[in-house]
Ligand binder design. Structure first.
Ligand code: SF4
Length: 236
């Protein structure tokens, strides 16, 4: 049902405090990693944050939020902590990225897929790809999200790289900036096969739902955070 609301009915969710922090941090780090390695210091990320704040008029964007969760100062503080926590995860002067915000548009098992990869680099050990994703939210509770679910998006990117660029991936990294934590896994044929299966099953379920106009509601505790809850049939 959530898919129907967002992709078929095209109901656009307005930005929130948390999505704005994520977008701002991604924007700053993307520009920061364009600097030469020796220039990538904490002072430089601070200067870059100021530059992006002004260029993209972030103050106006944060002020326009319907439900701000704090002051402008608190927004900046949270975002800046995420940025500087990067140094607890990796040494930016030793990290050479191949590309950032990279668009992938290809077929996986006959399913048309599109995605934007935050960043990727080559694994020095085997020359394969390491795909990373910045996260500014909390680390998911394993009680509510399995490891396969947690890495599904990045496994899908690995399959898309294979299909579009004939590039193999060795590792996937979720960089939880708020918690200074790097969660990573090695990519295995079994994990890729599971992700392939999920993609095909999901496409079949969507096709069937579109044909019958019967979209299933997945009613869980997470509905409390769903933007569509006020008009979702599961809650009427
Ligand atoms: S409220 Fe729950 S069931 Fe309804 S669309 Fe959102 S997540 Fe799905």
């Amino acid at each position: 049902m959530k898919f129907k609301f967002s992709r078929i009915d095209r109901i656009v969710e307005p930005p929130t405090w948390h999505t704005h922090i994520g977008t701002f941090v991604h924007e700053v780090l993307e520009h920061f990693y364009l600097l030469d390695a020796e220039e990538r210091t904490v002072e430089a990320v601070k200067a870059m944050a100021t530059e992006r704040w002004n260029t993209s008029e972030w103050e106006a964007q944060v002020t326009a939020l319907e439900k701000p969760l704090g002051s402008i100062l608190e927004f900046k503080k949270t975002a800046f902590e995420c940025m500087t926590n990067l140094w607890k995860i990796e040494d930016p002067q030793q990290t050479e990225l191949i590309n950032m915000e990279y668009e992938l548009f290809t077929d996986v098992e006959g399913v048309r897929m599109k995605g934007y990869v935050d960043r990727f680099l080559y694994d020095e050990d085997d020359g394969k790809l390491i795909i990373s994703d910045y996260k500014t939210g909390s680390i998911p509770n394993p009680k509510f999200k399995s490891e396969d679910d947690k890495y599904f998006q990045l496994l899908a990117y690995a399959l898309m790289f294979e299909s579009a660029d004939q590039e193999e991936t060795s590792k996937l990294q979720l960089l939880y900036l708020k918690h200074s934590a790097n969660h990573e896994i090695s990519v295995t044929p079994v994990k890729l096969a599971i992700a392939r299966g999920v993609i095909v099953e999901t496409k079949e379920a969507i096709d069937q739902a579109c044909a019958t106009e019967n979209f299933a509601c997945n009613k869980t505790k997470l509905c409390d955070w769903c933007f569509h809850k006020p008009y979702c049939p599961a809650h009427q």
